[in-house]
Ligand binder design. Structure first.
Ligand code: NAD
Ligand code: UDP
Length: 340
């Protein structure tokens, strides 16, 4: 396909949106490739797609994911797993209708331990998948992050906010990789007119999070269930908004027919301080663990909450699961899996 000339930036969304190809997902195009499909979000997405009669090609190098997350899917003839790094050349035979890119270390503990792998996944891996989308004429759906807003100066965060990211801080490997991949995706969109979608995902939690992935939800649940102190970094007044996994997956699925290349926030707009969150975990687990304060981590965003007006109006999506309800399901899953 030849590249078209650059169009001026800042055109109204509707002007761009109308030019994107309409994809009809007939049976032979109802094939989804899920990069990062053995991870937390990815495994739930694969499951959701299989239930809706998609054929699913799951690509994952298992750097932070686990084969256990997709074990239950391997007997479905519609499901195929390929153990592969997306930063390596990708040769996928046959038709593919939609490519979901979730392949990147995602928890701060993981991306701080894997800085170069994180940068490469965002840059080289995303480019490989975009080239594949171009070759297959597939819809390309990317999982970006609220981290593109850095430690935000605007609340709640709208998609139009450009962010406050430290490009040489420890989190930069993740934040800048995701910002680079957004720029890359928009370039492919402007040059080749491929249908792209960018989801800026805010903190998502649920069953299959790694118990030791260091994020606040698994850390605090594990500590509460095992009687250890609940670790709070800083004074606990920093905020996050937590979205249950089933809500996030339904939002990602809706993006297939979104027909708009500009980023859209997906997350739950109910904002909690981390100390409030810790108290809730204690209450729901009926734990007597103490709460212990540790030094703040560098560049930790102090306030984070999505403005989901765009998702609500254009995608007709909003989260439905309340934190208490989602946490109880997650706690139950952890109770069943800690002993394993
Ligand atoms: P995860 O670590 O559980 O899943 C990521 C998966 O990608 C893993 O299975 C990992 O092995 C795989 N992977 C990483 N690099 C790869 C590579 N080079 N080639 C092939 N596979 C590779 O993390 P998650 O929480 O499920 O996050 C999934 C995506 O959603 C990530 O891109 C993340 O940035 C984004 N996201 C997640 C959250 C959240 O709260 N969970 C928030 C914002 C954005
Ligand atoms: N956090 C905490 N205790 C923990 C883990 C995390 O106080 O055991 C804090 C962390 O400093 C941050 C918030 O909880 O302010 C969310 O952290 P997480 O790693 O889950 O995700 P982030 O939103 O920072 O990517």
């Amino acid at each position: 396909m030849t590249a078209t000339r650059w169009k001026p930036w800042g055109s109204p969304i509707s002007e761009w949106a109308g030019r994107v190809n309409k994809h009809s997902f007939t049976n032979n195009r109802r094939v989804a490739l899920v990069a990062g499909g053995a991870g937390f979000l990815g495994s739930h997405l694969c499951e959701y797609l299989i239930k809706r009669k998609w054929r699913v090609i799951c690509i994952d190098n298992l750097i932070t994911g686990s084969i256990l997350n997709i074990k239950h899917l391997r007997n479905y003839p519609e499901f195929k797993f390929i153990n592969k790094d997306i930063t390596q050349p990708l040769n996928i035979p046959g038709k593919v209708g939609v490519i979901f890119n979730l392949a990147s270390p995602a928890s701060p503990k993981d991306y701080l331990a894997l800085p170069l792998e994180t940068l490469s996944a965002g840059a080289i891996g995303t480019r490989n998948l975009l080239d594949l989308a171009l070759a297959k004429q597939a819809v390309f759906i990317h999982t970006s992050t609220s981290e593109v807003y850095g430690d935000p100066k605007e609340h709640p965060q709208k998609e139009s906010y450009w962010g406050n990211v430290n490009p040489v801080g420890p989190r930069a490997v993740y934040d800048e990789a995701k910002r680079y991949s957004e720029a890359l995706i928009m370039s492919y969109y402007h040059l080749y007119k491929i249908p792209v979608r960018i989801a800026r995902i805010f903190n998502t939690y649920g069953p299959r999070m790694k118990i030791d992935d260091g994020r606040v939800v698994p850390n605090l649940i594990y500590q509460a269930l095992t009687g250890g102190p609940l670790t709070i970094y800083g004074n606990g007044l920093q905020t996050r908004s937590f979205c249950y996994i089933s809500d996030m997956i339904s939002g990602l699925y809706k993006l297939i027919r979104f027909n708009d290349p500009f980023p859209v926030n997906l997350g739950n707009p109910r904002e909690f301080t981390i100390i409030e969150f810790a108290r809730l975990v204690k209450k729901l687990t009926r734990s007597s663990s103490p709460i212990k304060f540790y030094p703040t981590v560098p560049d930790d965003p102090q306030r984070r909450c999505p403005d989901i007006t765009r998702a609500q109006t254009l995608l007709k999506w909003r989260p439905k699961v309340e934190l208490e309800q989602g946490l109880l399901r997650t706690i139950r899953w952890f109770q069943e899996h800690i002993s394993l």
